[in-house]
Design a protein around this ligand. Structure first.
Ligand code: ATP
Ligand code: MG
Ligand code: MG
Ligand code: MG
Length: 439
C-alpha cells in the first residue's frame, strides 16, 4: 500500500476523553472512530488488524477441529423465553420490536440460537462430538462503555459451542478449547493466563477466564508468580487425545490464579509470600462447561447407544476479538506509539522515502516494495512529500515491526537503513539484504 493512496487519518493531538493508552493510540493512529457511545467504525488500519486477529482465531479453532458457521446478530425473543433467559438477562440486552410487534433482540451471546440449530438437525450420538463456532458482532448495553474497544457496546466475539454425549466428552471439549486458546493468544504475542472464574449469567460449573496482565485491566487478579513462566510454545498437540489436552489443562491451572470473584485468601496465603501477586488483568476470553443447562429446557437431545434420548452436554467458549486490539496495545507500546507483534501487525514493514521525487530514491523504494510484495508480505510505503520527522513519527505511532529508510546519501553507498520498532536499533544494509532480514 502507498500511503499517498491510503486513508490513514492520523491525529497529532492526544484526544482528551481517552483515558488509557490503547484507546489514545487507536484514535491517534486512525484505527477507529466512535460512532456513538461504545460503538465504533473500524477505519482501514484498525480493520486490517481486526481481520488479522480474526484470521488467527479461525485458524486455531479449525486446527482444534471446530466448525465455523455464521449466525445472525438479530434474534427472536421466543428462543430466549424457552431457555428462561429473556427476563433473566436484564438491561444489558438490547430489546427491539419489529413492525409486526414481534420481540427481537440484538444477540449478546448465542447459546439459544445454536441449541436451536443443533436440535433441528442432530438426532444421534454418532454425530458427536461436535463444536460449532462463529465470529460475529454482539451487543451488550454496558452501563459504562469505556476504554474504546475494550468495553464497547457493540463488539466482535468468537463464540463456540460444544455438543457432547457425556460429561467426560464435554470436559475434553473444554480442555481442547483451553489448549487452542493458549495457542491463539501466544500467536498474537500475548500472555493470557487461565484463571478460575465465576460463571455469571451464562451459568455453569467449570469456567476459566483468560487474563492479560495490565495495570489498566478492569479485573483484580491473584496469582502465583510461577504461572507467568509457563509457555505453550510450538509444541505439537493431538486435539483428539484426552490425555494430552488434560495434561495441558493441569499444567496451566495447577498454580493459584483467580479473579476476585473466586479468590480465596486462605488458599492464596499458602503460597510462599515472595510468589504471591495481586495485580490487574484484561479478560480476553472465557471457557465454560455448563452441562445440560440449555439442552434440557430446549429439548436438544440425541439418541444414545442404548436407544434412549438424552440431553447433550454443552459448553460455550468466547474470545473477545475486538477487545484484543486494546489488550495487545496495552501490553505492547512505548511513549511513541504502538509496537505490533509480528503475528497481528497491519503491515509487515514500512518504507520511508527521505527524498520523494528523487529518481534514485523513488526507484529504490519501488524495488523494495516489489520485493516484499513478491514474497507475499504487505509493505506500507510512505511516498508522501513530507518532512522525514513527520514520516518517522507516523511510522512509530502505527507501530510496524520494521522500518526501512531510503535516502540519496545511503544509496550512494549502496545501503538503506533497517530499524526495529521494538528495540529501536538501526542497521545499514544493501536493500536486498534488508528484504531478506524482514522476511
Ligand atoms: P466482562 O467481564 O469484561 O464484562 P464478560 O465476562 O461479560 O466480560 P463473556 O460473556 O465472557 O464476557 O464474553 C466473552 C469475551 O467477550 C470476554 O472474555 C471479553 O473478552 C469479550 N467481551 C465481553 N464484553 C465485552 C465488551 N463490552 N466489549 C468488548 N469485549 C467484550
Ligand atoms: Mg460483561
Ligand atoms: Mg467477565
Ligand atoms: Mg466472561
Amino acid at each position: 500500500m502507498r500511503l499517498s493512496r491510503y486513508f490513514l487519518p492520523v491525529l497529532k493531538e492526544t484526544p482528551a476523553d481517552a483515558q488509557i493508552v490503547s484507546h489514545r493510540y487507536m484514535l491517534r493512529a486512525g484505527m477507529i472512530k466512535q460512532a456513538s457511545a461504545g460503538i465504533y467504525s473500524w477505519l482501514p488500519l484498525g480493520y486490517r488488524v481486526l481481520r488479522r486477529i480474526e484470521q488467527i482465531v479461525h485458524e486455531e479453532q479449525q486446527r482444534a477441529g471446530h466448525i465455523p458457521l455464521l449466525m445472525p446478530t438479530l434474534q427472536s425473543a421466543d428462543l430466549w423465553r424457552e431457555s428462561g433467559r429473556y427476563d433473566a438477562y436484564g438491561p444489558e440486552m438490547l430489546r427491539i420490536r419489529d413492525r409486526h410487534d414481534r420481540d427481537m433482540l440484538f444477540g449478546p451471546t448465542n447459546e439459544e440460537l445454536i441449541t436451536d440449530i443443533f436440535r433441528s438437525y442432530v438426532r444421534s450420538y454418532k454425530d458427536l462430538p461436535m463444536t460449532l463456532y462463529h465470529i460475529q458482532w454482539k451487543f451488550r448495553d454496558e452501563v459504562r462503555p469505556r476504554f474504546g474497544v475494550m468495553r464497547g457496546r457493540e463488539f466482535l466475539m468468537k463464540d463456540g459451542y460444544n455438543f457432547d454425549l457425556t460429561k467426560e466428552d464435554a470436559l475434553h471439549a473444554y480442555n481442547r478449547h483451553l489448549v487452542s486458546y493458549l495457542r491463539t493468544y501466544e500467536r498474537m504475542g500475548l500472555q493470557a493466563i487461565p484463571m478460575r472464574a465465576d460463571s455469571g449469567p451464562i451459568g455453569g460449573d467449570d469456567t476459566h477466564e483468560f487474563l492479560v496482565l495490565a495495570e489498566t485491566g478492569e479485573s483484580e487478579v491473584f496469582y502465583d508468580s510461577e504461572i507467568t513462566d509457563l509457555k505453550f510454545g510450538d509444541r505439537e498437540i493431538d486435539y483428539d487425545s484426552v490425555e494430552q489436552c488434560q495434561a495441558v489443562l493441569e499444567e496451566f491451572t495447577s498454580r493459584y490464579a483467580r479473579t476476585d470473584e473466586t479468590h480465596d485468601e486462605e488458599v492464596f496465603n499458602r503460597i510462599p509470600e515472595d510468589r504471591r501477586r495481586v495485580a490487574r488483568g484484561i479478560e480476553v476470553g472465557q471457557i465454560f462447561y455448563f452441562g445440560t443447562k440449555y439442552s434440557e429446557p430446549m429439548g436438544a437431545t440425541v439418541q444414545g447407544p442404548d436407544g434412549k434420548q438424552v440431553p447433550v452436554h454443552m459448553g460455550s467458549h468466547g474470545i473477545g476479538v475486538s477487545r484484543l486490539l486494546g489488550a495487545i496495545i496495552e501490553a505492547s507500546h512505548d511513549d511513541k506509539g504502538i509496537i505490533w507483534p509480528e503475528g497481528v501487525t497491519p503491515f509487515h514493514v514500512g518504507i520511508v522515502n527521505l527524498k520523494q521525487g528523487d529518481d534514485e530514491a523513488d526507484a529504490a523504494c519501488q524495488a523494495l516494495y516489489d520485493g516484499f510484495t513478491a514474497l507475499g508480505l504487505d509493505p506500507l510505503y510512505d511516498d508522501r512529500d513530507e518532512r522525514a520527522g513527520g514520516k518517522f513519527a507516523t511510522m512509530d505511532l502505527i507501530g510496524l515491526p520494521w522500518r526501512i529508510t531510503v535516502g540519496p546519501r545511503g544509496l550512494k553507498n549502496g545501503v538503506v537503513e533497517l530499524t526495529s520498532r521494538r528495540t529501536g536499533e538501526s542497521e545499514e544494509l544493501p536493500p536486498e539484504e534488508a528484504v531478506r532480514r524482514v522476511a
